[in-house]
Design a protein around this ligand. Structure first.
Ligand SMILES: *Cc1c(COP(=O)(O)O)cnc(C)c1O
Length: 219
């Protein structure tokens, strides 16, 4: 079932769009089944959980961090992940850069945008993204490649459209005005209930869990 779901989803995505299989709470067996269906990127929210699965599954797939990263987990994170989609502060960027330097790794990162400017949510406010980006560009080991957003919790998924649109506009404006950003190409938006809306708004990475694995159990 998981295998078929991944296959069908991959077939339905437009050319050039990457699927991140959001695997929090899922087992190694479930991940392996997704890989049999063609999954090539696994998204994890927690470093400890990712480490356990990375040790079992290995680097035949890419690993993206899609949850908030605490600075004290940066050392492990830079060893596991091929991309951090949730870079949301200068302090975190500095710590990541230092850990990358130790192992000589260039790390692709996306800046997480708090596209609805919700005070208690992770992510950088739209107006602050470009100045954070300019700072990150001074860090030798981080490679800013684009933006990621979750959007607010809404009762109707269609209401996410305006936040995806805002994030896309920011993504394109930054790309246009910073031509030295040669790796600026990823816009990660949309989950199981919203990836179709996100694709209409220009997402080229979608992060899907439930539509592949089924509902998450509460514990
Ligand atoms: C869990 C999660 C997803 C996937 O959500 P589903 O609704 O299960 O598809 C996507 N992005 C992030 C950041 C997540 O934490």
């Amino acid at each position: 079932m998981i295998k078929e779901n991944v296959k069908n989803l991959l077939n339905s995505l437009p050319e050039g769009v990457k699927l991140v299989v959001a695997a929090k709470t899922r087992t190694v067996e479930e991940i392996n089944e997704a890989i049999l269906g063609g999954a090539s990127i696994i998204g994890e929210n927690y470093v400890q959980e990712a480490k356990r699965k990375f040790d079992a599954v290995g680097s035949r797939v890419k690993w993206h961090l899609i949850g908030h990263l605490q600075k004290n987990k940066a050392k492990t994170a830079v060893r596991i992940f091929d991309m951090i989609e949730t870079l949301d502060s200068w302090e975190l960027a500095v710590v990541l850069n230092k850990e990358c330097q130790k192992i000589g790794k260039q790390l692709p990162v996306l800046i997480e945008v708090n596209s609805a400017s919700e005070p208690q949510k992770q992510g950088v406010f739209i107006d602050d993204v470009e100045s954070l980006l300019k700072d990150i560009l001074r860090l030798e080991y981080l490679k800013p490649c684009g933006l990621m957003t979750m959007g607010p919790n809404v009762s109707k998924q269609q209401d996410l459209k305006e936040y995806f649109k805002k994030t896309r506009e920011l993504f394109f404006n930054i790309g246009r005005s910073n031509l030295e950003l040669c790796d600026w190409r990823y816009l990660s938006m949309g989950m199981s209930g919203s990836y179709k809306i996100a694709l209409e708004q220009g997402a080229n990475i979608v992060r899907v869990g439930t539509a592949i694995f089924g509902e998450r159990s509460l514990k």
